[in-house]
Design a protein around this ligand. Structure first.
Ligand code: PLP
Ligand code: COI
Length: 354
């Protein structure tokens, strides 16, 4: 049966898959909800979004996504509070960033009402899939790609906007060990590093695999021209604490402007923590590790939340971070997740009730 509501066509599943989900043992992003949003851009306009049963999609072998990688995505989460009300965290920032990525990759802009209405309708429909267990949430993946055909290396004339969701647990299962990379680069000036485009991630897989083989979980990228400055990690922005100052690098056209990053900066300032947004040299991090002033290092992102880094490697040497009490990362994680799960007042106005 198909019903049209709020300019969305809704085709519901006949039987839900909810019984197949083991909510006590959720991995990250590997089981999916009953429905997905699909919206097609054709003849110069977006068609009415459809919510349909989660299913494979069929594409022509010449679809430009396969050849030229015209694809972008976002990462968001939906949270449930103790009353089973559903919340998003700063969703309009994801919406805006999706369109920033779209512009850079020559993908048409998605209108706000298409994004927000289809997302909130999907969440209402699949609300039983939003986990309630501490540390779990519904990971939401809005994405757009070139579905139009042809081997000509130019932007496609047809696109899909899709939202798929996965009830998920933590992104990292244990301690996070990172390797500061100085051979390979994630992005370059004037490139696409600030965009959430698939190729930024595919390009990281090989150097990350080399790091994983040496026992690390993620690579910390340095700038492509000198490799002297810390940029970000594969799936998160990086914060370091030297003595009592929390420092993160400035965003640029090489770095993703993380929503968690900017929220943490605001929370830290509000907490009276001294913050600095400035270039961080690898040299100063090594020196701080050696003289004991490096107190903490953590990654920040939607999937990663706040992930403390237990050690980092640089040129064959591993540097362990101390285990400290009352760490900034624990304090900031509690504040941000309490806002996300509606456990505390939201003085910043970031929570969005669905
Ligand atoms: N940097 C990269 C490369 C990412 O993939 C992510 C995740 O989205 C982040 C940083 C953190 O961004 P956000 O906090 O908006 O999720
Ligand atoms: C996110 O944190 O939402 C991301 O997009 C990172 C991803 C690589 C899992």
């Amino acid at each position: 049966m198909s019903i049209e509501t709020k300019n969305i066509i809704v085709e519901k599943v006949k039987t839900s898959k909810i019984d197949q989900v083991d909510f006590d043992n959720l991995a990250f992003g590997s089981v999916f909800t009953d429905h997905m949003v699909v919206c097609t851009f054709k003849n110069g306009e977006w068609e009415t979004p459809t919510i349909m049963p989660y299913q494979p999609i069929t594409l022509d072998p010449s679809s430009k996504i396969f050849h030229y990688g015209q694809s972008i995505f976002e990462g968001m989460k939906a949270y449930k509070d103790k009353d089973n009300d559903i919340y998003l965290f700063r969703p309009l920032d994801n919406f805006k960033r999706l369109n920033i990525s779209a512009e850079r990759m020559c993908i048409p802009q998605i209108p706000e009402e298409y994004f927000m209405n289809s997302l909130t309708t999907l969440l209402q429909l699949d609300k039983e899939f939003i986990p309630t267990k501490e540390g779990s949430s519904l990971y939401i993946r809005p994405f757009m790609f070139a579905s139009g055909n042809g081997f000509h290396a130019s932007p496609a004339n047809e696109y899909k906007f899709i939202i798929a969701c996965a009830p998920s647990g933590a992104y990292f299962s244990g301690k996070v060990k990172v390797l500061i990379e100085e051979k390979y680069s994630r992005s370059a000036n004037g490139g696409v590093g600030f965009a959430k485009t698939g190729g930024n991630y595919a390009g990281q897989f090989y150097p990350t695999q080399l790091a994983v083989a040496k026992g690390y979980n993620q690579v910390i990228w340095t700038d492509d021209s000198t490799h002297e400055f810390i940029e970000e990690a594969g799936a998160m922005n990086i914060f370091i604490r030297i003595n009592d100052t929390l420092i993160t690098g400035p965003t640029s056209d090489r770095i993703l402007d993380g929503i968690t990053r900017k929220s943490i900066l605001e929370i830290a300032k509000d907490q009276g923590i001294k913050t600095e947004v400035r270039k961080i040299t690898v040299k100063e991090v090594i020196e701080a590790a050696e003289n004991g002033s490096l107190k903490e290092m953590f990654g920040a992102g939607t999937a990663a939340v706040i992930s403390p880094i237990s050690s980092f490697g640089f040129r064959e040497t591993d540097y362990d971070l101390p285990e400290i009490e009352n760490s900034f990362n624990q304090r900031l994680k509690k504040i941000i997740t309490d806002i996300q799960y509606n456990k505390s007042e939201d003085k910043f106005g970031w929570r969005y009730k669905v």
